[in-house]
Design a protein around this ligand. Structure first.
Ligand code: FMN
Length: 259
């Protein structure tokens, strides 16, 4: 049984950044084995899963649209999979794999739009009803972002985040665990950095709501929200609160109560 890396994932939240340029240094087999064990072993919602693909075809990633650049040189990739209606769950488990990648010192980048869906589907054995929601490159990167990466991030304002009181209104009066949860959720990645998560605290529990029902860029906002759910839980745990997310139907996304 896999022991989830709660602590190392929480630390990785502060180091993770989307990386799109990879260098050909080989990744140690032990690191790939660890990432694979997280993908296989961390499936709290059952129907959502991430799969590590050892050989990523370069054509998997597509070219530039606006400020978004193409991913280049990634030797491996993650494929984020789930049935219809499970985007939040896919975001949650996919981000665990992404944060494990960061914890291992490797680069990653959620790619929900600019990938070839036929190629992605062919990489894994999908069961009937399963679909690929996103992929991520995995591999070594240069220590700091390349000039191209910095330019792309600056144009897309990728490193900006909404103020805490926008995503968690009134959080100054929340218990420390809920506030810390919102702080880590604030740093979550999202498609085009749209940050569609809003947290509300009532009767000792937290509800996550999507900012608006309309999806943009043909990428479900619930996928971003699922990523933020994992970040929230990591922050809550850091402040001593364990609990579980219960998935809710739209427009709400999830409900978190301390165990
Ligand atoms: C669900 C999702 C889909 C994304 N899709 C793409 C994509 O298709 N192409 C891309 O270059 N980046 C993509 N990104 C990366 C975001 O642009 C990036 O996370 C955001 O700008 C914040 O920057 P950061 O990850 O460096 O913090 C995606 C991120 C998420 C969470």
């Amino acid at each position: 049984m896999l022991e989830p890396g709660w602590q190392s994932w929480a630390e990785a939240v502060f180091r993770r950044r989307s990386r799109r340029r990879f260098v050909p240094n080989p990744v140690a087999p032990e690191a790939l084995a660890r990432l694979e064990s997280v993908c296989r072993g961390f499936r709290p919602f059952g129907r959502a899963r991430a799969v590590l693909v050892r050989e990523a075809p370069p054509e998997l990633f597509r070219g530039i649209v606006g400020a978004y650049g193409r991913v280049k040189g990634a030797p491996h990739c993650l494929v984020m999979i789930g049935p219809k209606g499970a985007a939040a769950e896919v975001g949650y488990v996919g981000e665990a794999a992404v944060l494990e990648t960061t914890a291992l010192g490797l680069g990653s980048c959620w790619v929900g739009g600019l990938f070839d869906p036929d190629r992605a589907r062919a990489l894994t054995d999908l069961t009937p009803g399963e679909r690929v929601l996103a992929v991520s490159p995995v591999g070594w990167t240069t220590e700091s972002e390349t000039w191209t990466e910095r330019t792309m991030a600056a144009v897309a304002q990728s490193h900006r985040r909404r103020p805490l009181n926008v995503i968690a209104s009134g959080c100054g009066a929340w218990p420390a665990w809920a506030r810390r949860g919102a702080e880590l959720a604030r740093l979550a990645p999202s498609a085009m950095n749209r940050q569609p998560w809003r947290f509300a605290f009532e009767d000792g529990a937290v509800t996550l709501i999507q900012d608006s029902p309309r999806d943009t860029y043909r990428i479900p906002k619930r996928l971003d929200c699922g990523i933020a759910m994992l970040h929230f839980e990591l922050g809550a745990r850091q402040a001593g609160a364990t609990g579980r997310w219960q998935i809710l139907p739209p427009p709400r996304v999830g409900f978190f109560r301390q165990a």
